[in-house]
Design a protein around this ligand. Structure first.
Ligand SMILES: Cc1cc2nc3c(=O)[nH]c(=O)nc-3n(C[C@H](O)[C@H](O)[C@H](O)COP(=O)(O)OP(=O)(O)OC[C@H]3O[C@@H](n4cnc5c(N)ncnc54)[C@H](O)[C@@H]3O)c2cc1C
Length: 364
C-alpha cells in the first residue's frame, strides 16, 4: 500500500490547479486520474472564456471566485506564456424590452465589484462589431479567452516541479475511512492511504462523495448533468469580441465565442441528460439558428455541428441558483476530506482562486 500525504482525485483543470497550489505548501501530493491524460472531460469541452462573474448573485462563491480567478488567470497566463486574449465581451439587448435587463445586469456586475462596465448604444456596438444586431450593449472589458490545453499542461508541470505526481489510468473505485486516514482502492488493484483526500472528480464528484460515505441526496448534493453543444461557422470572420445574449437562469446563453485563431462558434445550449455521451446531433440546430439570428445574421446551412461538453451542476431542472460547494467535511464525520461539488461554470475561470480556497481550508 502506497502512503501519501495529499491525494487529489481528478486531473481536470480544478484538480491540477489544486495540485499546483498544495504542492507549494505540502510534501507528497499526488493527483490520480482515471483517463490516460489530463482534461479529457469538461475541462477540454467548454467555451475557453475567462468570465467576469457579472451575473452571479452578490456574495456567492461563484461571484467572488470568478472575479479573483479572472485576475489570477490573466497573471498566470502572462507569466507562463499561455496563449490568451483579453477580448472584452458585449452583452446585447436585441429589443427595447431587454434594455432594463441590461441595466440590471450592469448593476449586478457593479455590486460584484466588476470595474469598467459601460452601457453602449447601437452605433457604439456597431463600431466595436459591425455585424452585430443590438439596440444597446453592455461592454465588459475584463472578459477574454485562454488556451485551456496549454493552461492544464502548465498547471501539471508546475505541480510536478514542486515534486507532486500526476498518475494516469488510476480509477478510484472505493474509499474507506480509518480513524485518521483514507484508504483508496483503484481499478488496477493498487491501494493508497492518504492523510488528506480531495474530490475534484467533476462529473463523477457525487460518486466519489458517496464512496467516502456522504449521503448526497439527503445533503442536497445530487449532481445533475447538463449538456452544452456548439455549432460553428466559417462564414463570419474578423470578430474581435465575445458576444453574449442576456443570461438565462441556467446558463450564460448561446453566445458567440471566438478562439485564439479567430474561429467563430456558437453555444453552448443547456439540456439535462442522464448519460455521458459526447455525440453531437442536428437536433437543436433550429434553436441555434433562432438564438444566434437575434444578434448576428447567419443562414442555417452555414451552421455546422462542432463539439459539446457536460456540466456537473448542483442546480437541477427548474431549481434556483446553486453555488459551488467547496467544503471540508468534518461536520459530516469525514475530517480531512475536502469535497468540491457542482464546479460548473465559471470553474475554468476560477480554477486558481478555487485552488487558493482549498489551500486556505487545508491550512486552517
Ligand atoms: C459546455 C461548457 C462550457 C463551459 N464554458 C466555460 C467557460 O467558458 N468558462 C469557464 O470558466 N467555465 C466554463 N465551463 C465550466 C468549466 O469547464 C468547468 O467548471 C471545469 O472544467 C471543471 O473542471 P473539473 O476539473 O472540475 O472537471 P473535469 O475536467 O471533468 O475533471 C474531473 C476529472 O476527474 C476524473 N475522475 C472522475 N472520477 C474519477 C475516479 N473515480 N477516479 C479517477 N479520476 C476520476 C475525470 O476523468 C476528470 O478528468 C463550461 C462547461 C461546459 C460543460
Amino acid at each position: 500500500m502506497e502512503k501519501v500525504n495529499v491525494l487529489i482525485i481528478g486531473a481536470g483543470v480544478i484538480g491540477l490547479a489544486v495540485g499546483k497550489a498544495l504542492s507549494e505548501e505540502f510534501e507528497d501530493v499526488v493527483i490520480v486520474e482515471q483517463e490516460k491524460s489530463f482534461g479529457r472531460h469538461t475541462s477540454s469541452r467548454n467555451s475557453e472564456v475567462i468570465h467576469s462573474g457579472i451575473h452571479y448573485p452578490q456574495s456567492s462563491l461563484k461571484a467572488r471566485l470568478c472575479l479573483e480567478g479572472n485576475e489570477m488567470l490573466y497573471d498566470f497566463a502572462q507569466n507562463h506564456n499561455i496563449p490568451y486574449k483579453k477580448t472584452g465581451k458585449i452583452v446585447v439587448a436585441t429589443s427595447e424590452e431587454e434594455i432594463p435587463d441590461l441595466y440590471a445586469l450592469k448593476e449586478n456586475g457593479e455590486k460584484n465589484n466588476i470595474s469598467g462596465l459601460s452601457i453602449i448604444d447601437e452605433s457604439e456596438c456597431k463600431k466595436l462589431e459591425p455585424e452585430i444586431l443590438a439596440v444597446k450593449g453592455l461592454f465588459v472589458p475584463i472578459s477574454g479567452i485562454i488556451d485551456t490545453h496549454i493552461l492544464m499542461q502548465k498547471l501539471e508541470s508546475e505541480a510536478e516541479k514542486n515534486d507532486a505526481f500526476v498518475v494516469y489510468d488510476m480509477k478510484v473505485i472505493s474509499i474507506r475511512k480509518t480513524e485518521k486516514t483514507y484508504i483508496v482502492e483503484f481499478s488496477n488493484e493498487e491501494i493508497f492511504e492518504a492523510n488528506i483526500l480531495i474530490n475534484c472528480g467533476g462529473l463523477y464528484c457525487e460518486d466519489i462523495a458517496k464512496m467516502v460515505g456522504i449521503a448526497t441526496i439527503e445533503n442536497n448534493l445530487k449532481i445533475h448533468w447538463c449538456k452544452g453543444e456548439y455549432f460553428k461557422t466559417t462564414k463570419i470572420k474578423n470578430i474581435e469580441h465575445l458576444i453574449y445574449p442576456l443570461p438565462s437562469y441556467i446558463s450564460c446563453g448561446i453566445h458567440l465565442a471566438i478562439n485564439l485563431n479567430g474561429e467563430v462558434r456558437f453555444g453552448p445550449n443547456a439540456n439535462y441528460v442522464d448519460e455521458l455521451n459526447y455525440k453531437m446531433t442536428e437536433k437543436y440546430k433550429k434553436d441555434f439558428f433562432k438564438a444566434v439570428n437575434k444578434y448576428i445574421k447567419i443562414e442555417e446551412e452555414n451552421l455546422n455541428m462542432d463539439d459539446c461538453g457536460i456540466r456537473a451542476k448542483l442546480q437541477g431542472p427548474n431549481d434556483n441558483f446553486r453555488d459551488f460547494y467547496i467544503k471540508e467535511e468534518s461536520e459530516k464525520g469525514y475530517s480531512n476530506f475536502i469535497n468540491l461539488m457542482g464546479i460548473d461554470s465559471p470553474g475554468l475561470t476560477a480554477c486558481l482562486s478555487i485552488a487558493e480556497e482549498v489551500r486556505r481550508i487545508v491550512k486552517s
